[in-house]
Design a protein around this ligand. Structure first.
Ligand code: ZN
Length: 259
């Protein structure tokens, strides 16, 4: 029934289009037709793009197996992370260091130094060579404590989003590298983004880097780290981020997809 209705309206659009094109041709000649053609093609591309965007995220209905209440898909074929939350792996790009490769002292042995190259994100320490070198150049898991140190001493993080700044700053303050046994995924939560550090080794706690509650002046809060127990399904110290139920649904989906 719906298909027949679509066909009817399609025929009507084509019919009206022909009449309009005829009028344009009479008034403006061939150039009028060309301009109209370009405008129609542009509108069609926009419509196709909007449709694709809707399919990849919003606008899901019960017929897709989407359960509004739980935020999960009952239908297994739609059980795809990207369709429920706009998510992508966190990527951290640091501009090349003008001084070239730099020497960073070992944190435990003052007689040892490592060669750190911010251009290709490399360090000569054992942690980097054995654990981190397999990750690609913009993957935060590549960042050993010496790379972090080099970023703060010889590079810049000013261009990065606040959540990346928080992850790097806390690693730097603790004199540690970015934890390599977690997958860092950025998801849109409402108007803002949250980073989920999904544990890869059956570790109970999952960190969420999300905006805190609004400040007194009504401005969005700063990013902070929230701990979530994936076993007890509760927030550390009972302190939940804003939009906690949405974030919990994202945690469930990410754990299912990546842990
Ligand atoms: Zn290192």
């Amino acid at each position: 029934m719906a298909k027949k209705k679509n066909q009817d309206s399609g025929c009507l659009i084509v019919f009206v289009l022909f009449i309009v094109l005829g009028i344009i041709h009479d008034k403006f000649g061939d150039s009028g037709i060309i301009i109209t053609g370009v405008v129609i093609a542009f509108i069609a591309v926009c419509a196709i793009y909007a449709n694709l965007k809707m399919k990849s995220g919003a606008g899901y209905t019960e017929s897709d197996g989407y359960d509004q209440k739980s935020g999960l898909y009952k239908n297994k074929k739609n059980n795809d992370l990207s369709k429920r939350f706009y998510c992508h792996d966190l990527s951290i790009k640091i501009p090349p260091c003008l001084e070239g490769p730099v020497q960073i002292k070992s944190f435990s042995d003052k007689n040892v130094t490592y060669r750190v190259d911010l251009d290709i994100m490399r360090c000569t320490c054992g942690d980097f060579v054995e654990v981190r070198s397999e990750f690609n150049a913009t993957d935060p898991r590549r960042l050993c404590k010496h790379l972090i140190s080099a970023i703060f001493e010889h590079g810049t993080i000013d261009h990065l989003p606040d959540y990346s700044k928080l992850i790097l700053t806390s690693a730097h303050e603790q004199k540690k590298g970015v934890v390599p046994y977690q997958r860092y995924v950025v998801c849109d939560i409402g108007e803002s983004q949250a980073v989920f550090a999904v544990p890869q080794n059956n570790y109970e706690w999952l960190n969420v880097y999300a905006r805190n509650r609004m400040g007194a002046n009504g401005k969005p809060g700063r990013y902070r780290r929230f701990g979530y127990s994936t076993i007890e399904n509760r927030w550390a110290y009972g302190y939940a981020p804003p939009r906690a139920s949405e974030i919990r649904r994202a945690v469930a989906v990410l754990m299912e997809a990546y842990s």
